[in-house]
Design a protein around this ligand. Structure first.
Ligand code: AVJ
Length: 329
């Protein structure tokens, strides 16, 4: 493997991500307007998200940390069944803070494994790689800058080692229900019998706790959401006035959906110069930017069943806020 992270060609030459162009062009012409949360993670967005993960109101990271720390020995036993080497492939590794608990334990136990972190943020990935090499110089590391879907292709490779796909942090919550099913079906298609998927699911709980996690008192979620407009200003030469938009969060306990919106605080027109677009906003008009879905155990069992997996492990924290769940093909 190479010393530095291989950049995909499309990200090298220009700042303009064609996927962002499509998203802005179509999303801002729809009613209601929408922009996908996958565009949150530029350098600044990744930095704000790292702060969110440390904030007292965003319980998810701490809860999952507790799950993994409490159950790391059980997890390793499942990964090492039959003593084959295994390959941890982490989709959306980010700063890898939680995964380091697992890696530390696996290294202590001298487990035979490799680690392939994959992330859409180059900055997050570079930080992680530097960190891991410092802490565990012998770790077999194979980082990739990519989105989840292209990364799935990596899984098709034949090898003697068991694949263990990590999809932590409740990233699955950003998928619509039908997208989640399609995603696990694609995983199932590419994996071999005996391969595993470990997914972090945020569980349904008191609605107020969930609502506060996305409407935190430090205003981090607000900054994270508004940063999307700053990114569009920069990448697509637009003129969103960030002071004229507000963050608004809903949580619907009937369907488990936390939703983030940006709200136009006045009637205004925004120019997106790189696209020659003029976007009118009425007073109070929203842009929908994110869904963070919360699950019940039944829904997770159903997801496994519908996509051909067996649920072979269910691990939670002391408060049952969060579950890390093993699916086996
Ligand atoms: C990284 C998608 C899991 O939905 O909880 C945090 C992103 N959005 N605060 C989530 C996020 C607002 C986060 N995920």
């Amino acid at each position: 493997f190479s010393e530095s992270i291989a950049l995909e060609p499309q990200t090298v030459s220009s700042d303009i991500d064609p996927a962002l162009v499509d998203e802005v062009r179509t999303g801002l012409q729809q009613t209601p307007k929408r922009l996908s949360s996958r565009f949150f993670y530029d350098a600044e967005g990744s930095r704000i998200f790292a702060e969110i993960m440390r904030s007292p109101d965003y319980y998810l990271t701490r809860s999952e940390y507790e799950v993994l720390d409490t159950h790391k020995a059980d997890l390793l036993r499942q990964f090492m069944l039959d003593n084959r080497p295994f390959e941890l492939v982490e989709l959306g590794a980010g700063d890898g803070l939680k995964t380091k608990i697992l890696i530390g334990h696996f290294e202590d136990q001298q487990a035979d494994f490799t680690y392939a972190p994959i992330d859409i943020s180059v900055d997050a990935l570079e930080g992680l790689v530097v960190d891991l090499r410092k802490q565990w110089p012998d770790l077999q590391l194979n980082p990739r800058h990519d989105d989840y879907f292209s990364a799935l292709e990596l899984l098709s490779s034949e090898s003697n080692s068991r694949k263990v796909v990590l999809f932590l942090g409740s990233n699955i919550g950003n998928f619509a229900p039908d997208e989640a099913i399609a995603f696990y079906q694609q995983l199932h298609d590419r994996l071999q019998p005996g391969d595993l998927v470990l997914t972090g699911f945020d569980l349904q709980k008191h609605p107020a706790i969930i609502h506060t996690a996305y409407n935190d008192r430090q205003g981090l979620t607000r900054a994270f959401n508004l940063n999307l407009l700053r990114r569009i200003n920069r990448d697509l030469d637009a003129n969103f006035d960030l002071a004229a938009f507000d963050h608004y969060e809903t949580y619907n306990p009937e369907n488990g959906e936390a939703r983030s919106y940006l709200v136009s605080q006045k009637a205004q027109t925004v120019d997106v110069n790189a696209l020659g677009m003029q976007v009118p906003f009425q007073y109070g008009e929203i842009i929908h930017t994110e869904i963070s879905r919360k699950f019940t155990r039944n829904q997770i069992e159903e997801l496994a069943r519908q996509t051909g997996f067996a649920m072979t492990g269910w691990f939670t924290d002391g408060k049952s806020y969060f579950a890390d769940v093993v699916f086996e093909k």
